[in-house]
Design a protein. Structure first.
Length: 554
């Protein structure tokens, strides 16, 4: 069991924006951040993250909580699993009440990585391959390149280090074949490239065969620590250069990254055998760098570059694409000494939007009027994913590319696009009372006022938000209704008791005046009762008008 002190120490390290932002792309909205909710389908962003309150809340589906709750919901983990996941991501060592668990979950990967590195110099085939590719000894050390031997040797090493095989399976370095009821190493007779989280923790491996295996490259399987759609190879080494140069170069392979770093392009990273995805965007957004996609010029490479360019341009990223023709790649050009040429290529990368439109144009026979029309429709559909200003600017570009074929810009109709960028508001079908919400938020932010408030008011006095006030007074701060109020910047809490007293006086005066009217018109109570309540309410109103707060009684 994880100790409470350990959990509290981890919580102190967590920042809700950093945690949520590593999963989904957040955009600044006043003092908060917002995004489309990851827990339900929606077009207009209603998911809000509050750095001040360290909570998230969706105004659409009601999901909310702290950083740990987000990871639980997003990753479908229980509480201890989410704690361990965050601890691994933040390179934080948890302590347990039972000593047998007092090892970080990544320790088996780290030990294996050290062992793989120690084996590399003793394998001539592996070292020859790296030398032939132009990789320096200094790069082997910098990137922690190693060598994974036969399966049984890896299994025996893990056992010799006193790690449970189940733990090795959980973190993806060992697999289990249920048919044969056997365990096996995931990386067998391969050069290994350790893959790190953005914070530098080893979370998996990439492996390159040197024995002619059909799968040239393999990666670690998906685990609670390793998600290839959110990781970028060598980002932990490149991030300082990315922030300094305000540029990130994204390639398709490990060797491209290593050789580019050797040549001084130390802001290079790579996707892990997958296309660039929406889940990569939060990492790319950090520091707002210019993004350069450096992809192969073959059919698969161009298709991947097209998909990435559509994603990045629609998400507002600045940058462009470099396509390597003739079967070359960045690693080959570095080896051939064409470093200056590479630098020029990166500086003159074709902007994403132009690349997408040119690729769309290349897919059609524009001498065929029907094909030309279909091309224009596809181009317009893409332009509609951009901001209104960019739509107008690039409508002209698209028309000019088709212009020699009899297409006028006036034919390219984009239509009206209304993007709702306003901050999320509480559900439209519910009544809101600004003063009542202010009172609730005051209770949430200033619990020292609770006793004073309870002396003069009861939740039943509120017309619209009695439930929210009851929850706040009971300290149930994780209730969705309260999360909603906490992250709503339009609701401002009262800061001093003087402000609070003035507001309570106004509210109570109006409340008792309403009650007095009800009694005056009541026909279902006796004359004696009516007289009692009239005197009671008049007395309270008189005191309130003199500036005195009156005690609440039923």
């Amino acid at each position: 069991m994880i100790s409470n002190d350990s959990i509290e120490a981890l919580k102190a390290r967590l920042d809700i924006v950093d945690v949520v932002g590593s999963y989904i792309e957040l955009k600044k909205a006043g003092g908060n951040f917002k995004a489309p909710c990851p827990f339900h389908d929606e077009k207009s962003p209603s998911f809000v993250v509050s750095p001040q309150k360290q909570i998230f809340h969706c105004f659409g589906c009601g999901a909310g909580g702290d950083a740990i709750k987000f990871v639980m919901e997003y990753e479908k983990l229980n509480y201890p699993e989410a704690i361990e996941k965050l601890a691994a991501n933040y390179n934080f060592t948890l302590t347990y009440t039972d000593n047998k668990h007092n090892k970080p979950r990544t320790q088996v990967i780290e030990k294996l990585n050290e062992w793989y590195q120690s084996l590399l110099p003793h394998n001539q085939t592996a070292t020859n391959y790296l030398r032939e590719r132009g990789i320096y000894e200094s790069s082997i050390e910098k990137f922690g390149i190693g060598y994974a031997p036969a399966s049984h040797e890896t299994i025996n090493f893990i056992k010799s280090q006193q790690f449970p095989i189940k733990e090795a399976i959980d973190v993806g370095v060992v697999g289990y074949d249920p048919a044969r009821k056997q365990t096996y190493a995931r990386f067998i007779e391969r050069i290994t490239f350790p893959i790190h989280s953005a914070n530098g923790t080893v979370v998996g491996f990439g492996g390159r065969t040197i024995t002619g295996h059909q799968a040239k490259y393999v990666n670690s399987p998906e685990t609670p620590l390793f998600n290839k759609s959110r990781l970028l190879y060598a980002y932990n080494l490149a991030k300082q250069a990315v922030h300094k140069k305000q540029e990130i170069i994204i390639t398709e392979g490990y060797l491209d990254v290593i050789m580019l770093h050797q040549a001084g392009f130390d802001n290079a990273v790579a996707t892990l055998g997958t296309a660039l995805t929406q889940e990569h965007l939060p990492l790319l957004r950090k520091g707002s760098p210019r993004v350069v996609m450096a992809y192969d010029g073959d059919k698969a490479g161009r298709a991947a570059a097209l998909k990435a360019s559509k994603l990045l341009s629609a998400s507002g990223f600045n940058g462009g694409v470099v396509v390597f023709e003739g079967g070359l790649d960045p690693a080959d050009m570095v080896k051939e000494g064409r470093v200056e040429e590479l630098g020029n290529m990166f500086r003159s990368a074709k902007p994403f939007i132009e690349f997408v439109l040119d690729e769309i144009l290349s897919l059609y026979n524009l001498r065929d009027p029907k094909a030309k029309e279909e091309c224009m429709q596809e181009g317009v559909a893409y332009l509609k994913t951009l901001s209104p200003l960019l739509q107008e600017e690039y409508k002209t570009y698209l028309a000019s590319r088709l212009g020699g074929l009899g297409v006028s810009p006036s034919l390219i109709r984009l239509g009206n696009q209304q993007q709702q960028q306003n901050a999320p508001q509480m559900q439209q079908n519910r009544y809101r009372d600004a003063w009542e919400l202010t009172l609730v938020k005051t209770v949430l932010e200033h619990p020292e006022f609770i006793d004073h408030i309870l002396d003069v008011i009861d939740p039943s006095l509120l017309q619209f938000h009695a439930r929210e006030l009851s929850l706040a007074l009971a300290g149930k701060f994780d209730a969705p209704e309260l999360m909603e109020i906490l992250v709503d910047e339009s609701i401002i809490a009262l800061k001093t008791q003087e402000e609070l007293d003035a507001e309570l006086n106004t509210f109570l005066t109006r409340y008792y005046e309403r009650e007095l009217k009800k009694v005056n018109f009541a026909t279902n109570i006796s004359f004696e009762e009516k007289a009692f309540y009239i005197r009671k309410f008049r007395d309270k109103i008189a005191k309130l008008k003199r500036g005195e707060l009156v005690a609440f009684d039923n």
